[in-house]
Write a protein that binds this ligand. Structure first.
Ligand code: NAP
Length: 492
């Protein structure tokens, strides 16, 4: 049981792509957790849609299998499984063909004007077809909402096509562009830390912050996503959305209220303040890498090209960028971003590195006075560490130590922390878009990313090789060390 659960109103949730990886691995387990917690009313319905022809019972069996690891041997969850599966239905539909849509719409509409969420867990190439047909069959009722997944385009122009298409069927207030990083407990805690405490905000600027690091490191390689990933690369797949959203949450001004547009207005200002990186700067400020064979998760792994089955790809599986936010608060404070596949550790974290004290009063025997750091860990174990200097306990002279005040959320609160998708799905049902991206944010993010992509095209440099299981190419280390700084390593 999570700490507090407020039930939502009765809803129908239609998952287009209901048999796909995202639906079975994240969305349905998330919904099950919410149901088991008592948040989903009994007369709500969850309907999977895909082309494959199968009965409701076939679909329930498939979902049952997908939920096995969530339920485990826990009796309270076991008891909720059968009633949850009862809520599931399945409808075979091809998004690109008219056949079957009328019957589908009629069945949905039998339950009157209730909240209806259409989750487009399919390739973006189907968004236009699905939205057009939803509208044509009268399914854009007052309480309808549509959720779209990344990637929203591969550049500004293609993002505009998707946004126009979805926007021609649904109003902006009905469109929920999901970035699941924003649903993570730590990211919301960042807002609580910043705006519900007096301690941090006075220091949260270029006078006291030396730099910020944002790392999203994966140990996995291509998995089953080769076709998509090779046309995308780390900049589009991770930086344009997740890393820039995290950067916004760290650096935005305090919103006037914890209200969707107030928060999103502030994030937008950050995106628009990002200093453009053009062809001249790209070689200095960005690093592209691609993994070679190495070791990961305790075993030997092949390189990217071998996994891909081709030897001509220049797609980056790693990127590091030195970004700058050109505004009054952050002038001169670098934001070092890095993300990659097949890195040494699976970790996502934000490090706010403060400036050192202006003068040390301690003898050199006390050891160096290290700067404070606030480390917000998003995964694997969500929590916050504040690195402070303290006196080494005990007699024998005054020696200083750099130690973290450690708050692991799971330990501190002793309750199941909802997964990002759980929270975000309930926010969609409630109609709360605070943690979702508005169209102008997506556009502003692409506007910063487009010139970097263009610069890389112009430079025509092959990605720098790095060994699987390392922290990326040596050039990424040089990127930060050139400025007299180092990537954060958690020593405790
Ligand atoms: P997936 O495993 O390939 O699933 C695609 C789903 O779409 C299947 O259920 C498929 O079933 C259905 N589908 C395909 N063509 C269809 C059509 N013409 N009409 C109706 N249904 C159709 O993909 P996924 O990994 O779940 O990803 C879904 C979306 O989420 C993608 O845009 C992906 O980029 C995004 N995303 C995924 C993840 C992840 O962890 N998987 C993370 C972030 C974002 P049938 O073939 O039977 O129709």
């Amino acid at each position: 049981m999570t700490a507090k659960t407020v039930p939502v109103d009765t809803f129908d949730l239609v998952i287009f792509g209901g048999t796909g990886d995202l639906a079975l691995r994240k969305l349905l387990p998330g919904l099950f957790r919410r149901y088991a917690d008592g948040q989903i009313p009994e007369d709500s319905r969850i309907i999977g849609v895909a082309r494959d022809k199968q009965s409701n019972d076939d679909y329930r069996a498939k979902v049952n299998e997908a939920l096995a690891s969530v339920v485990g041997g826990e009796p309270s969850l076991q008891a909720k499984l059968a009633p949850f599966l009862e809520k599931l239905g399945y409808h075979a539909l091809d998004a690109t063909k008219d056949e079957g849509w009328q019957a589908f719409a009629e069945e949905l509409l039998t339950h009157g004007d209730r909240i209806r969420v259409f989750y487009l867990s399919t390739s973006p190439s189907l968004f236009v077809d699905i939205c057009t047909r939803l509208k044509a069959h009268g399914l854009n009722t007052g309480k309808a909402r549509v959720v779209i997944e990344k990637p929203i385009g591969k550049d500004s122009a293609s993002a505009a096509v998707i946004n126009d298409a979805v926007g021609s069927a649904f109003a902006e207030s009905q469109i929920f562009r999901i970035d699941h990083y924003l649903g993570k407990e730590t990211v919301q805690n960042l807002m609580a830390l910043r705006f519900a405490n007096i301690l941090f905000e006075p220091l949260w600027n270029s006078n006291y912050v030396d730099h910020v690091q944002i790392t999203v490191a994966e140990t996995v390689g291509l998995e089953k996503r080769a076709g998509y990933y090779d046309t995308s690369g780390a900049l589009r797949d991770m930086v344009q959305n997740h890393l820039l959203q995290l950067l916004c949450m760290v650096s935005m001004e305090p919103p006037a209220a914890m209200e969707a547009d107030a928060v999103r207005d502030e994030k937008l200002k950050v995106l628009r303040s990002l200093r453009p990186i053009d062809a001249e700067d790209a070689a200095q400020l960005t690093v592209r890498g691609q993994y070679r064979a190495g070791a990961s998760n305790g075993g030997a792994v092949p390189g990217y090209l071998t996994e891909l089955g081709r030897n001509d790809s220049r797609t980056e599986t790693f990127v590091a960028i030195k970004a700058e936010v050109d505004n009054w608060r952050w002038a001169g404070v670098p934001f070092y971003l890095r993300t990659g596949k097949r890195l040494s550790e699976r970790v996502s974290e934000i490090v706010v590195a403060f400036r050192p004290v202006p003068h040390s009063i301690f003898e050199h025997t006390a050891g160096p006075v290290m700067a404070n750091k606030l480390v917000l860990r998003l995964q694997p174990d969500e929590g916050v560490k504040l690195w402070l200097m303290i006196k080494d306990p005990g007699p024998g002279g005054l020696r200083l130590q750099h130690v973290p005040l450690d708050m692991s959320f799971a330990e501190a609160f002793g309750v199941h922390q909802p997964e990002a998708y759980e929270r975000l799905l309930m926010d969609v049902v409630r109609g709360n878009p605070t943690l979702f991206m508005r169209r102008d944010e997506v556009e502003a993010a692409w506007k910063w990313v487009d010139p970097i992509l263009a610069a890389w095209e112009t430079l025509r440099e092959a990605p720098k090789p790095y060994t699987a299981g390392s922290w990326g190419p040596s050039a990424a280390v040089a990127l930060i060390e050139r400025d007299g700084r180092t990537w954060h390593e958690d020593a405790a």
